[in-house]
Ligand binder design. Structure first.
Ligand SMILES: CC(C)(COP(=O)(O)OP(=O)(O)OC[C@H]1O[C@@H](n2cnc3c(N)ncnc32)[C@H](O)[C@@H]1OP(=O)(O)O)[C@@H](O)C(=O)NCCC(=O)NCCS
Length: 287
């Protein structure tokens, strides 16, 4: 190994727009589906660090998103194959943590990431199933009388954020604003009260449904059925908490599980949701 190729010669610095292309090659090399546009969206909504060689080759990434004053999600933690096992992942995580003092940190861990996160004080708190397929025809779900699905726009942002906060405990208004700008939103409207919302946007090999937040399974499945119908024939992905109660139904409607990740966070004393449930994440990285 020449000096410049030593792991200790790797430096960390803030990610820039001009790093996105090289960063996207790191995720592509892992077989992850993120397009350049997905990286651009994630970076525009958050912050990042990169690890680079003295020659300027990008060999590691981490992104994070702050939600209100108390929470942050971490994602896209990647160290290129040849450089793994030399402490770069740990350095990227430490760098991100220093930028997020006092916050509860959330992430969804691949099996290879779990040992690192456990060492840094993260605890597992659930499983998330990655489900995907070419969407088939729209499943039939009827809403009770007086309730309807309707498109959601930025004017619904405050109501969506309130429902989202009830389910996640996080203040994600800025993220929801960005997601609504990148995709289409719908709500379940109960005589003027919003009891569920969902966003579907282009991502990876097709579309991703998420978030899906609702007060009942029925409202969540009505919104997911709507997106399956509107995306029939297109690749459709959804990342659902394994405990959300919809996994058997998702099998039936043709969105099989292809992978599972572990949700982890740094605080174990979070208050549970009050009558509102997360049925799908925005994405594994964004939470
Ligand atoms: C996960 C990943 C980022 C770790 O990066 P890395 O640079 O290889 O990790 P490090 O060398 O900093 O190792 C971090 C710690 O985890 C430990 N560790 C790593 N793999 C381990 C394993 N299989 N079992 C036990 N401990 C393990 C290391 O011993 C090290 O501990 P130490 O600092 O106390 O010695 C890297 O493997 C990667 O990019 N994987 C593919 C992408 C991915 O899945 N990312 C996670 C997304 S959530």
């Amino acid at each position: 190994m020449i000096d410049e190729d030593r792991p200790s010669a790797i430096s960390l610095r803030a990610m820039r727009d001009t790093d996105i292309e090289a960063a996207s090659l790191l995720s592509k090399a892992l077989g992850w589906p993120h397009r350049l546009e997905d990286w651009q969206f994630m970076f525009a909504a958050g912050h990042g660090l990169v690890a680079e060689t003295p020659a300027g080759e990008l060999v590691g990434t981490i992104l994070w998103w702050t939600y209100g004053a108390h929470d942050a999600s971490l994602g896209m933690v990647i160290v290129s194959g040849a450089w793994q096992g030399h402490g770069i992942g740990r350095r990227l995580m430490s760098g991100a943590r220093s930028a997020l003092p006092g916050r509860t940190l959330h992430l969804n861990a691949t099996p290879v990431g779990i040992p690192l996160y456990e060492k840094l004080g993260f605890s597992p708190c659930g499983l998330v199933e990655q489900r995907q397929a070419i969407a088939a025809t729209q499943p039939l779900i009827s809403l009770p009388e007086g309730m309807r699905l309707r498109p959601a726009g930025q004017s619904d942002l405050a109501a969506l954020s309130a429902l989202d906060h009830a389910a996640t405990g996080m203040a994600r208004q800025d993220l929801l604003h960005a997601l609504l700008g990148a995709g289409r939103g719908i709500v379940v409207d109960d005589g003027g009260t919003i009891v569920g919302y969902s966003i579907c946007r282009p991502f990876g090999w097709g579309n991703v449904i998420g978030p899906v937040i609702a007060t009942t399974d029925l409202f969540a499945s009505a919104m997911i059925a709507h997106w399956i119908g509107s995306g029939a024939g297109q690749f459709t992905r959804i990342d659902v908490p394994a405990a959300c109660g919809l996994t058997a139904w998702l099998d039936e409607v043709g969105l099989p599980r292809v992978d599972t990740v572990t949700t982890m966070r740094t605080a174990t004393d979070r208050e549970g949701a009050r009558g509102t449930t997360v049925f799908a994440l925005c994405s594994q990285a964004l939470g």
